[in-house]
Design a protein around this ligand. Structure first.
Ligand code: ADQ
Length: 481
């Protein structure tokens, strides 16, 4: 394989453990190929010119980090406007929250074009380019328009909605065409892949070429599900380290007389946190034996605070937690501990391990890695129980979890009770099966499978086209489209 070039909205220094499993896995391949990681620096240059941004190069060992600053107008339109005001809600089936009338599309387009302009001079002919996530859907089309014939793959970390939902985006045809500029497009689950294939068929008349390939717009695209995993060994190592052990002991001692449930999320409306609090309330109401005992720790890290829908969910959550504590709490027992903070990654395994139940109930989630981290952190001799939303990508794999419909508050409350009551032998059997599954589908396999498909696809597309042709850039329809 040639040099790997990773492109994502944010760039992580793969040497820093705080970067997480994805950065560790990508960092490993980047190190082996002496690769390049390209993306937004995270800096917003006030007063900068739209469509312009300085490129910075920095060495992290053998890996080159290449970042671009964005001006305020570009950042607001590309990141807050189109990526998180249109694509994120629609891809999570939330048409009600999408701001279709906003001016974001122009900035989205401009920033993708800027990234392509800055990236092209850094590329070598045999590079393999791997683009990540919804912020960068049109990047390959921009690179192709600039004459890039390299292998380019795309992985969508969030769900792919059904065709009828996706088609609500005024620019959906442009987005579909843009995806066909890649050689490989990867999805988290078979459900997501099915939605994409159906949409490509309906809106672009795409025809199946062979098992994984679709033909449309004069190109062959390899589309496949590559469920992302965690680095199980790295997470287990974290769990054995001092900070995780301290977090475990402190939490276990503090809640010695309680039965702990835990939820860990970014504070996002897709994560189903208010529904989770309502289900916990229902548990206390319907099963009074849990009073003075069951305690839910909900950690929700601040996220996209500039976007309106996020301020609303924060206020709703504070209200709900306050009401549960007011109605059910006592001088010596607070039923819900809501923490609006990011917990250090090193402490997470200890917290997960101290909890008898992991409550992971998003309304919609591409995969959900917290579910996998919870399983990896358990004591195999006395493991906790995973209660998991059936609307996560993880539910396609983690079938030994207690799968719930998070909209069904009563049903979720009953599953929480079942988890709290589950006998040891059943907990062990389920945990064993879950651990086996997350080991088999870890982040290294995800990385290797995707890159193998990208490697193989190149031969296919060359065979088809004879040589890579410079493509015309396609303009998105106006925002009102
Ligand atoms: P996210 O929506 O951010 O990711 P998720 O997969 O659950 O969701 O979490 C990613 C990482 O963030 C995990 O390693 C987790 O430990 C960490 N994290 C989450 N909340 C935290 C908190 N409060 N404090 C500390 N750490 C926290 C997107 C998609 C997901 C997909 C991932 C990876 O939305 O569906 O699983 O990308 O593809």
């Amino acid at each position: 394989m040639g040099r790997l070039v990773v492109v994502s909205n944010r760039v992580a220094d793969p040497r820093k453990p705080a970067a997480g499993g994805l950065a560790v896995a990508l960092g490993e391949v980047l190190r082996n190929t002496g690769g390049l990681w390209f993306g937004w620096s995270g800096a917003i240059a006030d007063g900068g010119t739209p469509g312009e941004g300085e490129l910075r190069l920095q060495q992290a060992g053998v890996v080159t980090l290449a970042t671009v600053d964005l001006c305020r107008a570009d950042h607001d339109a590309y990141y807050g406007g189109y990526s998180n005001g249109v694509l994120w809600p629609v891809f999570h089936y939330r048409l009600d929250l999408a701001d279709f009338d906003g001016p974001g599309i122009d900035g989205y387009r401009r920033v993708n074009r800027l990234f392509a302009r800055r990236l092209v001079p850094l590329l070598r002919p045999d590079d393999v380019v791997w683009v990540h996530d919804y912020h960068l859907i049109p990047l390959a089309a921009e690179l192709r328009a600039a004459g890039c014939g390299q292998r380019i793959g795309f992985f969508l970390h969030i769900p792919m909605p059904p065709s009828q939902v996706f088609a609500a985006i005024p620019q959906h045809e442009w987005l579909t065409r843009a995806l066909f500029a890649y050689d490989v497009v990867g999805f988290q689950s078979c459900t997501d892949l099915g939605h994409f294939v159906e949409h490509a068929r309906r809106s672009a008349g795409a025809k199946p070429a062979d098992e994984h390939r679709l033909q449309a717009f004069g190109r062959r695209l390899h589309a496949q599900a590559f469920p992302i995993g965690i680095d199980v060994d790295e997470f287990e190592r974290l769990g054995r380290a001092r900070e995780a052990r301290e977090a475990y002991v402190t939490t276990r001692d503090e809640y010695a007389r309680r039965r702990l449930l835990i939820g860990v999320d970014r504070l996002d409306y897709s994560k189903g946190i208010p529904q989770r609090i309502r289900a916990f309330r229902e548990l206390l109401a319907r099963h009074p034996g849990n009073r003075h005992s069951a305690t839910l720790i909900q950690i929700a890290s601040p996220s996209r605070e500039g976007v309106e829908a996020y301020a609303e969910i924060r206020a709703e959550l504070e209200r709900l937690c306050g009401a549960v504590n007011g109605d059910f709490g006592d001088l010596d027992w607070m039923p819900v501990r809501y923490i609006h903070r990011t917990v250090a990654r090193r402490r997470l395994p200890g917290l997960y391990r101290a909890a008898r139940v992991g409550v992971i109930t998003p309304l919609r989630d591409g995969m959900n890695l917290v579910a996998k981290e919870y399983v990896a952190s358990q004591d195999a001799a006395d493991p906790g129980v995973l209660v998991l939303s059936r609307f996560t990508g993880a539910a396609e794999q983690l079938t030994e979890a207690l799968l719930v419909n998070p909209y069904d508050i009563h049903g979720t409350a009953e599953a929480l009770q079942q988890a709290l009551d589950m006998p040891l032998t059943e907990r062990q059997a389920r945990h064993d099966a879950l651990l086996h599954c997350i080991r088999e589908h870890d982040v290294h396999r995800w990385c290797a499978d995707f890159l193998a498909a990208l490697d193989a696809s190149f031969a296919g597309s060359l065979g088809h086209h004879g040589r890579v042709r410079r493509q015309r850039r396609s303009e998105p329809p106006p925002a009102t489209g």
